[in-house]
Ligand binder design. Structure first.
Ligand code: PMV
Length: 314
């Protein structure tokens, strides 16, 4: 039996502007994982996909053309030059909340690609895995920047610019993040499409906002690389990024409420993370204040709160 995993992700800075060519920063979340196991099956069984979290158990031969699990399996088999479907059972499980901007889709796809590549003993480089997963992300998002598949496939903090090779980032001091879920589901492609219409109507104005976001991302990169001393600056930059996200029209009353609650409870800074209109917000905390912030988020109506530490990598 082959087992492969992939982490969830958090966008720290730069969502939305990243779709328009500005940089963004994202980190993997090792506490949240998608797992794919692949076991050889009896001849005649075909390729079966079992995903209890998604309530699915079916044969690949019966999958529709837009089925994201089937698409990544087939794209991986094509990339490996495996013309015949293996007789095998693919089991998928994940601790990453679905559809909440924490990278569940990219992580499930990445785990599947890794498992199949190992099954055939044909390892794939992270760049190749990321490119395969990007194809599936397009099914969900329409015009994804590629940040999700990149951070998840490389499982490294990234400074990302669309269409460019990844730049790994040094995180000198672990960041303690409290992640609060509004419970509101807002599909990424809807929020991205809405902003696109506003950008089309007033391109200069929105390009100006995106430039401001880009400048914040570059300052944040320097602060993250600086370590402990930079944490206050990182928090302040999160607040500035949030202000611009509000101006871009992608925040929401539920997000604003949680962000305010986190700041009042002592967060160094807080902002939405991902597409917005719902989904998650993140707060940067000193480790000894994380529990109080988590409590405040729950009291302010968060349906789920996760506290996580980004790994330090020098
Ligand atoms: O909702 P998520 O976490 O997949 O994040 C979307 C991030 C955007 O910048 C809004 C879109 C993108 O493709 O980068």
């Amino acid at each position: 039996m082959i087992e492969a995993t992939a982490p969830g992700k958090i966008i720290l800075f730069g969502e939305h502007a990243v779709v328009y060519g500005r940089p963004a920063i994202a980190v993997p979340v090792a506490d949240l994982q998608a797992k794919a196991t692949l076991s050889p099956a009896d001849p005649g069984t075909g390729f079966r996909i079992i995903a209890p979290d998604l309530g699915r158990d079916y044969s690949l031969a019966q999958a529709g053309p837009d089925d994201p699990l089937a698409v990544i399996v087939q794209a991986t088999l094509r990339r490996l030059g495996q013309a015949d479907l293996p007789e095998a059972t693919l089991h998928i499980s994940s601790t990453i909340p679905l559809g909440r901007g924490l990278g569940s889709g990219a992580a499930i796809s990445t785990a599947i690609t890794r498992a199949i590549a190992q099954f055939f003993n044909q390892p794939l480089a992270p760049t190749e895995i990321s490119a395969l997963v990007f194809e599936v992300e397009k099914l969900y998002h329409g015009t994804p920047s590629g940040i999700d598949n990149t951070v998840v496939a490389f499982a490294q903090p990234v400074y990302f610019i669309k269409g460019r090779p990844i730049q790994r980032m040094r995180v000198s001091q672990p960041l303690t993040l409290v992640v609060g879920d509004t419970g509101v589901v807002a599909p990424t492609h809807t929020v991205v499409g809405d902003l696109r219409r506003r950008w089309q109507a007033e391109p200069e104005r929105y390009e100006g906002y995106f430039d401001e976001v880009g400048a914040i991302v570059n300052q944040a990169r320097a602060a993250i690389e600086q370590g402990n001393l930079g944490q206050m600056a990182i928090g302040e930059l999160m607040n500035e990024n949030q202000e611009l996200l509000e101006t871009l029209g992608v925040s929401s009353p539920a997000l604003d409420r949680l962000i305010e609650a986190a700041r009042e409870a002592g967060a160094l800074g807080a902002k939405l993370s991902g597409a917005g209109w719902g989904g998650n917000m993140i707060a940067l905390a000193w480790p000894d204040q994380a529990a109080a912030i988590a409590q405040a988020l729950t009291e302010a109506g968060a349906v789920q709160v996760i506290t996580t530490q980004t790994a330090k990598n020098q």
